[in-house]
Design a protein around this ligand. Structure first.
Ligand SMILES: C[S@@+](CC[C@H](N)C(=O)[O-])C[C@H]1O[C@@H](n2cnc3c(N)ncnc32)[C@H](O)[C@@H]1O
Length: 282
């Protein structure tokens, strides 16, 4: 697929017009006040297992006070705010979707974190940053839409400082194909560019990244979905929709979740944590 067509298809998939206004309206309707980054956890972590996964990756990657972090495909900025609030990092988020970036900025203003986090619209394949700008590049559930992973990893190597860290929480292909669609990251196979774990590690090695940690966390993701499905089934009939990720994913949230569970159960997808170090070569 040509670059322009790919970018248009991604934009079409993730488009959420008026997302910031939708979130404000839903919060108001539910009588919820946002004062702390903790108040937005139900809808601003756009990946499996929400904050729990973000904290686990932060621990694995050794996140700490003073690190300059690039959050690739930052979505609504939930992980960025957590890294700032709980670990003292300074985080720059980049996302293809202007409406996500606007919502991320709005939520960060609401919780008083604008001195530690900032967001800009852009394609991660054209990173507008100088060489050796960041200590850590952070990516949660964003590589699945990227066909030109080798190009991306070369750019990540460029923007990282010497011995910088690449922290990944990503969906990878399992042993079975094809996948069931739609899923959160793709309506069909045309923008789904999953590769399996060994292929991803090979591409990372070619770009100059050496793995320190590579862990499968598929079972925990399946368990998380099961807990959510039980909670949803227990909701009283006619209850208003929760102020949760359904606001971001849209009306097909339940169908996408169901397909993701099938894909996880049938080994069509897996979920991994990876922590890699930038090496001098590559
Ligand atoms: C599943 S969401 C994950 C968001 C965030 N990382 C999180 O975990 O909360 C994937 C995000 O990647 C963004 N994205 C997809 N392709 C991108 C690209 N080529 N450049 C920048 N962002 C992209 C989407 O707009 C979306 O916000």
């Amino acid at each position: 697929m040509e670059y322009d067509q790919w970018e248009r298809s991604l934009t079409e998939h993730y488009r959420r017009p008026e997302l910031a206004a939708t979130l404000r309206g839903a919060l108001e309707k539910a009588g919820k006040t946002v004062r702390s980054y903790k108040d937005t956890a139900a809808f601003d972590e756009f990946h499996m297992r929400g904050r729990e996964a973000t904290r686990e990756l932060a621990a694995l990657a050794g996140m700490r006070e003073g690190l300059a972090v690039l959050d690739l495909g930052c979505g609504l900025g939930g992980p960025a705010r957590l890294l700032a609030a709980e670990y003292g990092c300074t985080v720059t988020g980049i996302d293809l979707m202007a409406e996500f970036v606007d919502a991320a900025a709005m939520l960060s203003r609401m919780v008083g974190l604008t001195d530690k986090v900032s967001f800009r619209q852009g394609n991660m394949l054209a990173l507008p940053f100088d060489p050796a700008t960041f200590d850590t590049v952070w990516s949660q559930h964003t590589l699945m839409n990227i066909a030109a992973k080798q190009t991306l990893f070369e750019q990540l190597h460029r923007v990282l400082r010497p011995s910088g860290t690449l922290a990944l929480y990503e969906v990878v292909a399992g042993t079975m194909a094809p996948r069931h669609y739609p899923v959160q990251w793709a309506g069909d196979a045309t923008i789904d560019f999953l590769v399996d774990g060994p292929a991803l590690l090979d591409q990372l090695a070619t770009a100059g990244f050496a793995p320190l940690i590579w862990q499968d966390t598929t079972a925990a993701c399946l368990q998380w979905f099961e807990t959510i499905q039980t909670k949803m089934a227990q909701r009283p009939k006619g209850a208003p929709p929760p102020v949760a990720l359904n606001l971001v994913i849209g009306p097909t949230t339940a169908e996408k979740a169901k397909n993701t569970v099938r894909n996880l159960r049938e080994d069509r997808i897996r979920v991994i944590y990876g922590v890699l170090k930038k090496s001098d070569h590559g």
